[in-house]
Design a protein around this ligand. Structure first.
Ligand code: GUN
Ligand code: ZN
Length: 444
């Protein structure tokens, strides 16, 4: 973790939760840190102090104002969303289809509208505002095939100072003509966007072949070549989400061992690769995820909504060959911007796999775990000096029924579980981006 010489210019106080390591690997005891009364101080966009209030108080410059959130709050690192489609914001809750029909019937016609930059900018504003209302400070985002949709999102993210990864969708077949690029134009447009945006402030570029069926081998190869020219970018795509999709990939790429091998063959499996879903991956494919340092984005609200299935997170993260796993909303197939609600569904996915996702494991996934999956756990995802000051403050009594239920809670684990089972955007009291207050909830 980066150390800091920054001087604190603001501080907040309240109960706080963070992770110093991975509970899936090392257990909860040694990785979860809960302070019943903590101070987090920050300056120049980074955390300068974090710890028990009594101790930190004496270390702060005289006269520094400390904002008190009170005992019914919880301070945490901002949430991360490792898989989301901002252009699908206007089509969340599209009725009745599974993946491939859903794409044709709803998604592609919606994404056509993003040829219009002004429209794209208007949606980007709504999208990022909604992220902040839900405590999400970092996302890995699909734009559309139109480069101007990437500009629209990054311009707004830059204005807000958010650490956002995003990219232009590459898609040269099996979609309507109005959404297709070519191998060459996709490469050229992506390269120009990387040069313009990647590493500018907190902006990160993600090379984005939509999924194997909508790219030829030639385009996937070109994506791999572009990535090798800019290896510190991300690469994001979808894999093994739906059984019909898996069968389609088999018929489109008969020479490959399986779905993931299509990407591996084109050098698209390595650190900073983020694969949406991965529900139906084989043990061998999970081993490839592990050995190549690739990540899976677990998107339970989407998986239930489209009837795709339910990822076994514990199998994916099996300590004998752990794949990196982050959490994703996958809007607009996902049904909520709320990370608490997404954890609620992740719990149910685990139940259907006969496993128990504890609140500690769940909050780890929503913060440091997703930062780890994205290789930015040295920057965001936990509370510690030197980390970027992306912070969410939860209200632990945000609705009458949660307030009532909290009377019967015996420890922090139960309290966290109540929040992820009953909570939603109303539980997000405040969101700080690089130390700047960007959302504050007022009333209902
Ligand atoms: N696979 C290819 N494109 C998409 C998409 O937009 N959403 C989801 N959930 N899966 C996809
Ligand atoms: Zn997706």
């Amino acid at each position: 973790m980066a150390q800091t010489n920054a001087t604190p210019t603001a501080a907040i106080r309240g109960p706080a939760l963070t992770f110093t390591g991975d509970p899936f690997k090392d257990g909860i005891e040694s990785t979860m840190r809960y302070e019943s009364d903590a101070i987090v101080a920050f300056g120049d966009g980074v955390i300068t102090h974090f710890g028990a209030a009594d101790k930190v108080k004496s270390e702060l410059p005289a006269g520094l104002q400390v904002r008190e959130y009170g005992p019914d709050s919880l301070i945490s690192a901002g949430f991360l969303d490792s898989h989301v489609h901002f252009p699908q914001t206007p089509m969340i809750a599209a009725f009745g289809e599974q993946l491939l029909d859903w794409l044709n019937k709803y998604t592609f016609p919606t994404e056509r509208k993003y040829a219009d930059k002004a429209f794209a900018s208007s949606v980007a504003r709504v999208f990022l505002d909604e992220c902040l209302k839900n405590g999400i400070t970092t996302s890995c985002v699909y734009c559309t095939v139109f480069p101007q949709s990437v500009d629209a999102l990054f311009e707004e993210a830059e204005r807000l100072g958010m650490r956002i990864a995003a990219g232009k969708v590459l898609m040269n077949r099996n979609a309507p003509d109005y959404l297709l690029d070519t191998t060459q134009s996709g490469y050229d447009d992506s390269k120009a966007l990387i040069r313009k945006w990647h590493g500018r402030g907190r902006i990160m570029y993600a090379i984005t072949p939509r999924f194997a069926p909508t790219s030829t081998d030639d385009q996937l190869q070109s994506a791999g070549e572009l990535w090798s020219e800019f290896p510190d970018c991300y690469m994001q795509t979808h894999v093994s989400e739906n059984v019909d999709e898996v069968a389609w990939v088999k018929s489109l790429f008969p020479d490959r061992k399986g779905y993931l091998d299509v990407y591996d063959h084109h050098k698209l499996c390595r650190p900073r690769a983020v694969f949406g879903h991965g529900i139906h991956l084989t043990d061998e494919e999970l081993h490839t995820m592990h050995s190549t340092g690739s990540a899976i984005s677990h998107c339970p609200t989407s998986n239930f909504f489209l009837g795709s299935g339910y990822l076994d997170v514990f199998r994916a993260m099996d300590p004998s060959r752990p794949a990196r796993v982050g959490l994703g909303t996958d809007l607009g197939a996902g049904t909520s911007f709320s990370i608490l609600l997404t954890l609620n569904e992740a719990y149910k996915a685990a139940q259907l796999n006969g496993k128990k996702l504890t609140a500690a494991h769940a909050y780890y996934l929503a913060t440091r775990g997703t930062a780890h999956a994205m290789y930015i756990d040295d920057k965001v995802g936990s509370l510690a000096p030197g980390m970027e000051a992306d912070i969410v403050v939860l209200d632990m009594k945000s609705t009458p029924i949660i307030d009532y239920r909290m009377q019967f809670v015996e420890d922090i684990h139960e309290a966290l579980f109540v929040q992820m089972t009953l909570g939603d955007d109303r539980a997000v009291q405040a969101t700080y981006v690089a130390g700047t207050l960007r959302h504050e909830r007022h009333g209902d």
